[in-house]
Design a protein around this ligand. Structure first.
Ligand SMILES: [Zn+2]
Length: 253
């Protein structure tokens, strides 16, 4: 009886299954995007708290210039300065190049060399911590495991899943416990992240553009958060949104 009902109305179950699966597909990139953003902080939180003091999102004002540093880890082994790039696809670049390139399907994006970006962060930290002139700074660039580095890089560049191993390779004690705690305190006191996010300098238009770039770099549709996938149309291959026809976003090649 029940089996008959299920068999007779098989199309209802099919519609429900397809519906649930497309809802999941639509929200998956959003869910994943959020996980990706939090992952470096979550990875660093699992370090031994007695040895490593973590500051996430350190914003420093240095001679009128603002530096936004993703993560700083103050330890007895030096100060780790971490820049996170949550990009997907292939990454091409060099230690000294001004710009690096991300390639995802036909989508290509240039972004400022994160090694250089991190050098600027170290300079800002050095200025704030000039009372401690002999600190060892260890800049590290972290890519998500969804990215593949296609160039040989000699600076410290790693993937999320390997970050803690890289940090633990630095085992020589170069900072006293007292200095470590003083530095951690001083950096937290200098952190202006609360006022920075609300400041006029970060205009609404810039935020919008940055959000679009960020979505594209993570292979997400900037309009609805769907996946960007290769599609075939009258004029050949193009990159469009997985939620077509509800969403008509495409990347112009
Ligand atoms: Zn879309």
């Amino acid at each position: 009886m029940m089996a008959d009902f299920i068999l007779e109305h098989w199309y209802i179950w099919l519609i429900i299954a397809v519906g649930l699966s497309s809802i999941y597909q639509a929200f998956k990139p959003i869910i994943k995007g959020h996980l990706g953003e939090k992952s470096t902080a979550a990875i660093l939180a699992r370090l031994d708290q007695s040895k490593y003091s973590v500051i996430n999102n350190l914003v420093l004002q240095t001679r009128g210039r603002t530096s936004q540093i993703d993560h700083v880890v103050v330890s007895n082994f030096g100060i780790f300065v971490i820049e996170t790039k949550n990009y997907k696809g292939w990454i091409f670049g060099g230690d000294e190049a001004e710009y690096w390139t991300q390639v995802l399907y036909k989508y290509k994006q240039q972004f400022y060399n994160p090694i250089r970006q991190n050098r600027g962060h170290v300079l800002a930290l050095k200025h704030h911590l000039r009372a401690f002139p002999n600190i060892a700074y260890i800049p590290i660039v972290v890519f998500s495991d969804n990215a593949t580095l296609k160039s040989a890089i000699y600076s410290e560049v790693t993937y999320s899943s390997m970050l803690r191993e890289v940090i633990k390779e630095y085992a020589d004690v170069v900072l006293t416990e007292e200095d470590k705690q003083a530095i951690f305190k001083q950096l937290n006191a200098a952190n202006i992240k609360a006022t920075y996010s609300r400041s006029k300098h970060v205009s609404a238009i810039r935020q919008k553009l940055e959000a679009r770039e960020k979505s594209l770099s993570e292979n997400r549709c900037p309009q609805c958060g769907g996946n960007l996938i290769p599609r075939f149309g009258k004029f050949g291959e193009f990159i469009g949104c997985s939620n077509f026809p509800t969403c008509r976003f495409t990347i112009d090649n």
